[in-house]
Write a protein that binds this ligand. Structure first.
Ligand code: SF4
Length: 278
């Protein structure tokens, strides 16, 4: 029986980012009203980790806002990683922006298993959604993470005005990195953001997932932001066309459904919840 892997997110720093990614509520350029903080206290991170471990998540991702993994962030994430790994049996992911090999090595030796860094979209379309850093910088970080032995989690966001050709080019690039996991996000409209696209229609979103699976047949395909917004309570088809994992409990600054109701839904559809991370 198909098993669905449950992953969870902890935004250990939030908002106030100097970059201008047009889909992101954390950019300081857009008045999205998200909470701004730099370092969530470690006790709070541990509380969230316990909550997600108890509901059955196997993955836990420490996410920072901002362009890159600075030395201060490396030290902070490493401390958090050591504490989490001592207490919980999570597959631990870090998502901290552009990073060099040295910092990534430090995260790995602190217990981080995977690094998440999204290419977001095609190289050609990227300058239309971000002018403060390049797609190449993102690609290089993914290569850095793989080169130090971190598992890769690389995906992107659709429904931001890109064409089908962009989606094809984007997935070609993602597959060239051979990631272990690939998050699929659909844009959640927000009037404070410059992207004025509507919520993607269900049929188109299903075609996007099929496209992702066709380029990444051996990658764990993870439905991330937009799952509830696009598919509502009728989500069975996403698993049938290729989704192997979901994020539970919400996204960085968007509320998700209750984890227990997601788990009930998955079981009702006839799928199992993964109990081992393989
Ligand atoms: S760099 Fe990251 S946190 Fe900053 S605006 Fe872009 S996506 Fe958001």
């Amino acid at each position: 029986m198909k098993e669905i892997f449950l992953c969870s997110i902890c935004n250990v720093s939030n908002g106030g980012c100097k970059e201008d990614c047009a889909y992101c509520t954390q950019s300081h350029k857009y008045k999205t009203g998200v909470k701004i903080y730099k370092e969530k206290p470690l006790e709070e991170i541990m509380k969230e980790a316990k909550y997600f471990a108890d509901v059955g998540a196997l993955g836990f991702c420490l996410v920072t806002s901002g362009r890159s993994l600075t030395s201060q962030k490396t030290e902070y994430i490493s401390r958090a990683a050591k504490m989490i790994k001592k207490e919980f049996d999570f597959h631990l992911i870090a998502c901290c922006g552009s990073a060099d090999k040295e910092s990534l090595k430090e995260l790995k030796s602190a217990g981080v298993d995977s690094y998440n860094h999204n290419l977001e979209t095609s190289k050609d379309f990227f300058p239309k959604i971000c002018t403060t850093h390049t797609w190449d910088e993102r690609y290089k970080t993914c290569e850095n993470a793989a080169s130090v032995g971190l598992m890769l989690c690389v995906g992107g966001i659709m429904g931001i005005g890109e064409s089908w050709k962009d989606r094809e080019e984007f997935y070609k690039a993602v597959s060239s990195l051979n990631p272990f996991t690939s998050p699929v996000n659909f844009y959640i409209p927000n009037t404070a953001l410059p992207i004025k696209e509507d919520v993607m229609g269900r049929t188109e979103a299903i075609e996007c997932i099929k496209l992702a699976k066709s380029y990444l047949p051996n990658t764990r395909l993870m439905m991330a932001g937009g799952r509830e917004t696009v598919f509502g309570s009728n989500q069975k088809e996403i698993f049938e066309v290729g989704i192997d994992a979901i994020i539970i409990g919400g996204y960085l600054n968007a509320q998700g459904d209750e984890p227990t109701s997601d788990i009930d839904m998955i079981r009702k559809y006839g799928f199992d919840i993964s109990v081992v991370c393989h």
